[in-house]
Write a protein that binds this ligand. Structure first.
Ligand code: PEP
Ligand code: MG
Length: 571
C-alpha cells in the first residue's frame, strides 16, 4: 500500500512502525467547593513548577547537542514563567470554582484561539508550542507521565507514526533508533518541521488518518523524496527503494565533496555563492562549509520568539559576532522586514485587508524611528569588526533612499560624537523586490552600492499573486516571462560588471533557473545553505556561452509553458 503526504524533510528511511496513540485525558468539569480552592491552586502551582523543572531538565540535556533547540526550550520556559498565564489560570480556579485541569485547558485554548484569529502564518505555527506547554501542565496536574521519548528498550530502527508531534518531543529523539516520522497534522513552517530539516530526519506530514491505517510493527519505507509511504512492501519494492536510497546517499556525498571548490563554469567564469541566514548561529556552519559571504541576513528573526524589541546593544552583539567570524567576507544585513506575514506578538500591527501591500518592511522602519535607529546604529557600530553591508527591503522610490541615506549620515555623526568607531565606507544597498524598484533600478544604482533581487516578492508583486495564498498558488510562477524580463531589465540597468547584483529569493536555488540566471548576466546568488552544493554542481557542469544562448531563447518566449519547456529540457 502506498500513501502520500507533504515532505518536510527529504530522504529515505526504513524501519518498523511505532504508532503513538496519545493517552486520553479526562478533564474534571465539575465545580469545586470554596474550601477546595486553596488545594486546587496549590495543585496547579506544584504542577506549574514541576513542568518548568521538566523543561529545564530537557533543556540541559539538549544544550550540549544543539543550541538552537535549547532556544526553543528557553521560549517555552519564558512562556510558562509569564505571570499572565499563571494568573489567568489561578483566577479561573478562584473565581469560577474550576478544577485546575479544566482551568488550565480553558486558558490554553483561549491563548490558542486569540492567536488563530490573527491572520499570520508565523504565529499559527506557535500554536503547537502553546499546545505543548498546555499538555505538559495538564499531564502533571493529573499526575500522568508525558511521552518524553525514551526508546531505550527498542532494538529496531523505528518510524514514528502519530497524529501530531510536538517540538519538545522531536527534540528528544534518539536518532540512532528513530529514523523518520509521519504525522497526520502539521505545517511546513512549524518548529517541528524546521527541527526535522535541521536534523536531516526524513519526515512526511499531513497524511490523513495515518494512525488508523498503520499498525505497530508494520514494516515501513518512507520515501521522502518521491513523497510515498510503503506499508509492508514486497521484496522487489524493498530492493528498488534500497537502491534509490544508496544513490541518494552517494549523490549527497558527491555534493559535499564540492564544498572546497569554487563555482566556476566549464568556460571559466566564477559565480559567487552566498548564504541566506536567519540568525547568528548559522555562521559557524558557513565557515565549516567554506561559504564566503552572507547575501541576506533576515534580521526579523532576531526580533521574534521574544517578549520585546531587541535593544541596540543586543543587536550590536549579534552583528559584531557575525562580522568577526566572517572576517573579510561580506555580510549583508537586511534591515528588519516585518509585516506582510511576519508579525511580533509584542508589537501592535494594524489589521489590513492586504497586509503584503501595507505596513511592511522599510515602511515600518520609516514610521518607527526607534526601530530604524537602533538597528542602523547597531550595524554601524559592528561594522568595524568585519565587512558588513546594509540592505533595505521593499524599496519603491528614490525618496526612500534619499531619506535613509540621510538618516545613516546623521547616525554616523551621532556615533562620532559618542566616540564610537564605525566603517565610514560601509556599503548601502537595496532589495529589488517590487516592480517599482526594478523600473527605477537605473536611478537607484546611481545612489546605492549594491542590489539583491528578491524574487519571492518580485514575483508576488509583478504577478499580483499573494505568495501565501494557497488558492492561487498555481499562478505564482517566478519563471513567468514577465518576471524574467523584469530581472533582465534590472541586470541591464544596474550592470553587474559595475555594481554588485545578486539574487537572494528562492529562484537563486531553483534547479530550473540557475543556467538562465547566469545567461541573463547574474554573477552572484544567495540561498539557503543546504542548496549551495546542488547549485554549485549545476554551475560547474555548464558553460556561460551555453547559458547565454539559453537565456536568449527563453527571452524570446511569451508563455510560461514555452519557458519551462526550454528550462526543463535543458536542465
Ligand atoms: C524575497 O522577497 O525574494 C526575499 C528574499 O525576501 P523574503 O523572502 O524574506 O521576503
Ligand atoms: Mg522579500
Amino acid at each position: 500500500m502506498v500513501i502520500k503526504g507533504i515532505i518536510v524533510s527529504s530522504g529515505y528511511s526504513f524501519g518498523s512502525a511505532f504508532v503513538l496513540n496519545e493517552k486520553k485525558v479526562d478533564l474534571n468539569f465539575n465545580k469545586i467547593t470554596f474550601d477546595k480552592v486553596d488545594d486546587e491552586i496549590k495543585l496547579f502551582v506544584k504542577s506549574h513548577i514541576k513542568t518548568i523543572n521538566q523543561l529545564k531538565k530537557i533543556r540541559l540535556k539538549i544544550k550540549k547537542q544543539n543550541k538552537d533547540k535549547k532556544l526553543l526550550f528557553d521560549g517555552y520556559i519564558m512562556l510558562l514563567e509569564d505571570n499572565n498565564l499563571k494568573e489567568d489560570i489561578i483566577n479561573l480556579i478562584k473565581n469560577e470554582l474550576m478544577y485546575a485541569d479544566n482551568a488550565t485547558n480553558i486558558i490554553i485554548k483561549k491563548h490558542i484561539n486569540d492567536i488563530k484569529k490573527i491572520d499570520n502564518i508565523y504565529l499559527q505555527d506557535r500554536v503547537i508550542d502553546i499546545l505543548d506547554i498546555g499538555k505538559r501542565l495538564i499531564y502533571n496536574i493529573k499526575n500522568l507521565d508525558f511521552i518524553d521519548f525514551n526508546f531505550s528498550n527498542i532494538k529496531d530502527k523505528i518510524i514514528i507514526v502519530t497524529k501530531d508531534l510536538l517540538p519538545s518531543q522531536i527534540i528528544q529523539f534518539n536518532l540512532k533508533k528513530i529514523v523518520g516520522f509521519i504525522t497526520e497534522l502539521g505545517s511546513l513552517t512549524s518548529h517541528t518541521s524546521i527541527i526535522a530539516k535541521s536534523l536531516n530526519l526524513p519526515a512526511i506530514i499531513g497524511v490523513k488518518n495515518i494512525t488508523n491505517i498503520i499498525f505497530n510493527n508494520d514494516y515501513l519505507i518512507l520515501d521522502a523524496v518521491d513523497n510515498k509511504i510503503y506499508i509492508n512492501p514486497c521484496k522487489n519494492i524493498f530492493n528498488t527503494l534500497k537502491n534509490k536510497y544508496n544513490s541518494f546517499l552517494f549523490k549527497r556525498k558527491q555534493l559535499i565533496k564540492l564544498k572546497n571548490l569554487p563555482a566556476i563554469t566549464t568556460d571559466g567564469h566564477e559565480i559567487k555563492l552566498f548564504a541566506n541566514i536567519a540568525n547568528d548561529k548559522d555562521i559557524k556552519f558557513l565557515i565549516k562549509n567554506n561559504i564566503k559571504g552572507v547575501g541576506l541576513y533576515r534580521t526579523e528573526f532576531l526580533f521574534m520568539d521574544r517578549k520585546s524589541l531587541p535593544s541596540e546593544e543586543e543587536q550590536f552583539l549579534s552583528y559584531k559576532k557575525i562580522a568577526k567570524l566572517m572576517k573579510n567576507f561580506p555580510v549583508t544585513i537586511r534591515t528588519v522586514d516585518l509585516g506582510g506575514d511576519k508579525f511580533l506578538p509584542y508589537m501592535k500591527f494594524p489589521k489590513e485587508d492586504v497586509s503584503c501591500l501595507g505596513w511592511r518592511a522599510i515602511r515600518i522602519c520609516m514610521d518607527r524611528k526607534d526601530i530604524l535607529y537602533s538597528q542602523l546604529r547597531a550595524i554601524l557600530r559592528a561594522s568595524v569588526y568585519g565587512k558588513l553591508r546594509i540592505m533595505f527591503p521593499m524599496i519603491i522610490s528614490m525618496e526612500e533612499i534619499f531619506f535613509l541615506k540621510n538618516e545613516i549620515q546623521k547616525l554616523k555623526l551621532q556615533l562620532l560624537e559618542e566616540k564610537h568607531d564605525f566603517d565610514d565606507n560601509i556599503k548601502i544597498g537595496a532589495m529589488i523586490e517590487t516592480p517599482a524598484a526594478a523600473i527605477i533600478s537605473k536611478y537607484l544604482s546611481e545612489e546605492l552600492d549594491f542590489f539583491s533581487i528578491g524574487t519571492n516578492d518580485l514575483t508576488q508583486y509583478t504577478l499580483a499573486v499573494d505568495r501565501n495564498n494557497s488558492m492561487i498558488s498555481h499562478l505564482y510562477e517566478p519563471l513567468s516571462p514577465s518576471v524574467i524580463h523584469l530581472i533582465k531589465y534590472v541586470i541591464d540597468s544596474v550592470n553587474p560588471d559595475v555594481k554588485s547584483l545578486s539574487i537572494c529569493g528562492e529562484l537563486a536555488s531553483d534547479e530550473r533557473a540557475i543556467i538562465l540566471l547566469l545567461g541573463l548576466g547574474i554573477k552572484e546568488l544567495s540561498m539557503n545553505i543546504n542548496n549551495i552544493p546542488k547549485v554549485k554542481q549545476i554551475i560547474c557542469n555548464n558553460s556561460l556561452s551555453f547559458a547565454k544562448k539559453l537565456s536568449t531563447d527563453v527571452l524570446s518566449k511569451c508563455t510560461v509553458n514555452d519557458v519551462l519547456s526550454i528550462l526543463i529540457k535543458d536542465k
